[in-house]
Write a protein of this length. Structure first.
Lengths: 619, 350
């Protein structure tokens, strides 16, 4: 077969809870350290120990970071899933297994290559404790891969040293296990395989980070002092990371006093209530949850919208509805979040596509929430949140000052004759607020979720109610100009067709754009970064004859939102969807769009590495 | 309800240590029914805050939804208020308190708001020992929706529609003691002499202070057969002790008989003197407090006054070890680690 340098997918099939995660991460990080773009993805069960779990690593020197279907090499060390794992290898691919015991003959295919490494036998020979043998078995296959894929052993060993910086005595045994696998592979197989890596300089100063960690850092840098949450996959690690960095960066080393407070609430309702109470009282606060939590927070989101209290919510979306697929990814909370709560409500949404944007948008969300006096929801997803992504380094401008919005301090209150909490002084729909305890005699008012007039007095007067609702709409118009603008991928509208995408669909969409160009289906593209949509979003849609809206849900929710909010003709917006819980692939996008281009069919069938073929390879 | 309130004040109205009259602690006119127990509780809150010479802008009053939760409009008009959503005041108060530990927090709730829809949040605010005075205006029924039984309605109590409640009533005071509350009291809206010092003591207490105030609903639950009517409550209350609240610097001037008076010093140095009606009762014993509640219930009596008091408990801030300066007063320099720290984090992730 032809040699595939820096362009392949390796999948690890493990048993959950057997320590495979750190070994597999080591593999991905080694490729990254060799300057080659890499995308690792955990495909894990809702389980603590015992069920199958997979770790999929795409290596691609062209920088395509989306998931790609078709497995070139599978490391199969889980007997439970082995039959399916063998089947999942593409024809001509490799199946690496523990040959300590003979492979079940029914697992043999004649169109793939088998690589047996006696992992547990090697471990039994060199290590005494059974638990250690099991753990180091993972390092043996990493050692074998190092030889088979031509990874630089020095890089791998250096990462081990860094990983065990606080447990130095473990370094030698891990190094030995790596060497055992490496030697066995070299002695028994022709190394390297036709799929292999070669050192490049293609990652620049990028970092590897999960979106959840980046959101947590965004909250730290954005000045959040109160975090309230209820544990839920896949958002839990946001608060875990917030705690870790807050402990490091916000704890007085002498007194141990904390410049932050984290409360694990009794449920998501309380988590949002705590956030709203804290922000009402002038602190910056946030919560992180997933779809089921957002469902519960609806009540409070409506209160914060109507009483005009800032709040920051990070929604790490997972497969719905209901409990759905808690450990799989989706972009299926779009409509829920946009219009959360009863009555006429709308909430600004931010759609980060990378961990770097998770950091920036979370920090910005606090400014936006305070500027607009309303909840702001950062819409990430499991893929972005829980997987490590190659992403530009995080940057912070030390000259930046928090935008606390229109808050009247004691001095301002002193100089004001008459103040109304819900009076629109500036014509932008945003009134002035006060924080409790600011002034001895001025600025106190009654916050409520019921109808009120400009002076925060309860009223059931229909006209006053309507004035308030209309002002909120005016504030919504103001919001359009304040949220991040979309990203365009061409200087001007060049083609009659266009693609619209957002969040983690971006990785696959960018790759699909290149593939489509090869198929002679070129198109323009726009990445949405926020809701409400600005005028340039409408312009872009109007400038194109047909627009494919790419998203990871069944009901084309972003398409619906565009239709509802912008009044675009429904015929114009074509849904392109993937909702099986796996991150969307370029092949899935290309094959759906190609259906609208029958003229490209011949081209596709004649192209050996075509989109249609890739789609057929999907697990 | 009252439609008119005289605007003329007597120039020699008594003033407190801050120079404010009692009227300064009032709020908007009540829109509750004439004779509602809740209005008496509002009056007691006004009196307590006036006597304590609390700066109104240092108080945050929070409530849920219901008749009870409307009352913060009717007292402390110079304080910030937050009428949140049904049963969720405890979480909002928790967030508010985390943001600024230096204000005084007054939570107002009802029996529906606390014992039904808000039970989850109530018990968790309790176990965190949130530093708040939590007053339940307890009338055993839902007023705004016209008189349905609430979860604190006693078993066998007959409501205005003639329906006998078959369910066991939830005793919020007993529950609070069981869950670790550090200040638990019960009172009656018609007994201002007891209620005012209780509120003063609760406001001075550092930690969760529950006052379950029986507050008859004149419109829907004041009928014969109701166990939350004015007549029934008056006939069945039994106080644990007479309560005197002594401010921090004041001397204890009254004479108390040896062995009868129990002096509890609160966190801020003020004292609560309990002139016990039963010399065997110890307010600092959870087990004894529970026992007395059970015994009173068996006798068909409503136990009022301080039922349990533990002044030395650690509140939420102490447990979390938050900074002394309120979190909402921290600035960029305190909160933002800056670009150099971020560079180090980037380097760790390469």
């Amino acid at each position: 077969m032809s040699i595939l340098v820096n362009d392949f997918v390796v999948r690890f099939a493990n048993v959950n809870g057997t320590g495979s995660a750190s070994a597999n991460t080591l593999f991905a990080k080694s490729v990254f350290r060799m300057g080659i773009p890499v995308t690792p993805k955990n495909i894990f069960p809702s389980n603590i120990q015992g069920l199958p779990t997979w770790y999929e690593v795409r290596v691609n020197e062209r920088g395509y970071l989306g998931r790609r279907a078709g497995i070139d090499l599978l490391v199969g060390v889980n007997p439970q899933s082995m039959a399916a794992d063998v089947r999942s290898v593409r024809p001509g691919g490799y199946f690496l297994y523990d040959s300590s015991r003979p492979l079940d003959p029914t697992l043999l295919r004649d169109d793939i290559h088998y690589i047996g490494i006696p992992m547990i036998l090697l471990c039994q020979k060199h290590f005494e404790v059974p638990r250690v043998q099991q753990l180091l078995k993972n390092m043996v296959y990493i050692g074998a891969l190092t030889a088979l894929l031509d990874i630089e052993m020095d890089v791998v060993k250096q990462l081990v040293v860094e990983q065990f910086r606080k447990k130095e005595k473990l370094v030698a045994s891990n190094h030995l296990a790596l060497d055992l696998g490496w030697q066995y592979a070299r002695e028994h197989y022709e190394c390297p395989l036709p799929i292999r890596v070669e050192r490049r300089d293609k990652v620049g100063d990028h970092i590897m980070m999960s979106g959840n960690t980046a959101c947590a850092l965004g909250a730290i840098y954005g000045g959040a002092t109160v975090a309230a949450w209820y544990p839920i996959t896949p958002s839990t690690s946001v608060v875990d990371a917030f705690e870790k960095y807050a402990h490091r960066l916000r704890t007085d080393p002498e007194t141990g006093e904390k410049k932050f407070a984290i409360v694990q609430a009794e449920d998501e309702l309380a988590a949002m209530g705590i956030v709203i109470g804290a922000m009402w009282n002038g602190a910056r606060a946030f919560t992180a949850t997933s779809g089921p939590g957002v469902s519960l927070m609806n009540e409070f989101l409506g209160l914060a919208y109507f009483a005009e209290i800032p709040a920051v919510l990070i929604d790490v979306q997972r497969g719905g509805p209901s409990t759905g697929m808690p450990t799989r990814t989706q972009q299926s909370d779009i409509l829920l979040a946009a219009y959360a709560s009863h009555g006429d409500t709308k909430h600004p949404l931010l759609f980060p596509a990378t961990p770097t944007e998770c950091f920036e948008m979370t920090a910005d969300a606090f400014d936006l929430a305070e500027r607009l006096q309303t909840p702001v929801i950062v819409m990430t997803d499991l893929d972005l949140g829980m997987n490590e992504h190659l992403t530009p380094p995080l940057r912070w401008d030390d000259a930046r000052r928090y935008d606390r919005g229109k808050v009247l301090d004691a001095e301002a209150l002193e100089s004001i004759q008459s103040w109304g909490r819900y009076l629109d002084i500036d014509g932008d729909g945003i009134p002035y607020r006060t924080i409790p305890g600011t002034h001895p005699t001025k600025g106190a008012f009654f916050t409520r979720g019921s109808s009120k007039d400009e002076y925060a007095r309860y009223t059931e007067d229909g006209e006053a109610y309507r004035r308030n609702m209309d002002r909120l709409l005016k504030k919504w118009q103001t919001t359009r100009a304040l949220v991040p603008a979309p990203e365009f991928f061409q200087p001007q509208a060049n083609h009659p067709e266009a693609m619209v995408f957002f969040g983690t669909s971006t990785y696959a969409a960018l790759e699909a754009l290149d593939e489509l160009r090869v198929l002679d289906i070129p198109m323009d593209a726009m990445r949405l970064r926020a809701f409400p949509f600005s005028e340039v979003v409408r312009d872009f849609l109007e400038q194109h004859e047909r627009v494919y809206v790419v998203e990871q849900n069944r009901d084309a929710q972003m398409r619906s939102l565009l239709l509802i909010e912008l009044g675009i003709s429904p015929q114009k917006l074509i849904p392109v969807l993937q909702y099986d819980g796996f991150p969307i692939t370029a092949a899935a996008i290309v094959s759906q769009i190609a259906q609208y281009h029958p003229e490209a069919a011949d081209l596709r069938s004649s192209n050996g590495h075509s989109a249609a073929l890739s789609a057929a390879q999907k697990h | 309800m009252t439609y008119l309130r005289p605007t003329i004040r007597h120039p020699e109205s008594p003033r407190n240590a801050l120079g404010y009259t009692r009227q300064y602690y009032e709020g908007a006119l009540s829109t509750l029914c004439a004779g509602c127990g809740h209005d008496s509780i509002s009056g007691a809150i006004i009196q307590a805050c006036f006597e304590l010479a609390i700066e109104p802008h240092r108080v945050a009053k929070l409530s849920g939804i219901g008749c009870s939760s409307k009352t913060p409009t009717y007292f402390l008009g110079n304080s910030h208020g937050f009428n949140s959503v049904h049963g969720r005041m405890p979480s909002v108060a928790t967030g508010a308190h985390l943001a600024n530990r230096d204000l005084i927090y007054l939570g107002i709730s009802g029996d529906g708001d606390t014992a039904s829809i808000g039970m989850g949040q109530f018990v968790h605010a309790l176990r965190r020992n949130l530093n708040i005075t939590y007053i339940v205006m307890n009338n055993g029924c839902y007023g705004l929706t016209k008189g349905q039984d609430s979860a604190t309605a006693d078993e066998g109590s007959v409501n205005k529609a003639g329906h006998t409640n078959p369910f066991h009533g939830i005793d919020l005071a007993g529950l609070a003691i069981e869950l670790g509350a550090t200040f638990v009291a019960r009172s009656f809206s018609g007994d201002k002499g007891q209620l005012v010092p209780l509120i003063k003591a609760a406001l001075s207490h550092q930690g969760f202070a529950l006052i379950d105030v029986l507050s008859p609903c004149v419109t829907f639950n004041n009928n014969p057969g109701s166990t939350k009517s004015y007549d029934y409550v008056r006939e069945h209350i039994e106080a644990t002790a007479a309560v005197d609240y002594i401010p921090e610097k004041a001397e204890i001037t009254a004479q108390y008989a040896e062995g009868d008076a129990c002096v509890v010093t609160l966190h801020d140095g003020s004292r609560v003197v309990l002139r016990k009606l039963d010399p065997a009762w110890e307010p600092a014993s959870r087990a004894a407090a529970m026992m007395r509640l059970h015994e009173a219930r068996q006798r068909g009596e409503i136990l009022t006054g301080v039922i349990y008091l533990e002044p030395a408990g650690r509140d939420l801030h102490a447990m979390l070890n938050t900074a002394r300066l309120p979190l909402n007063a921290l600035q960029e320099k305190d909160l933002c680690p800056g670009s150099s720290a971020l560079e180090r984090i980037n380097a760790e992730n390469r």
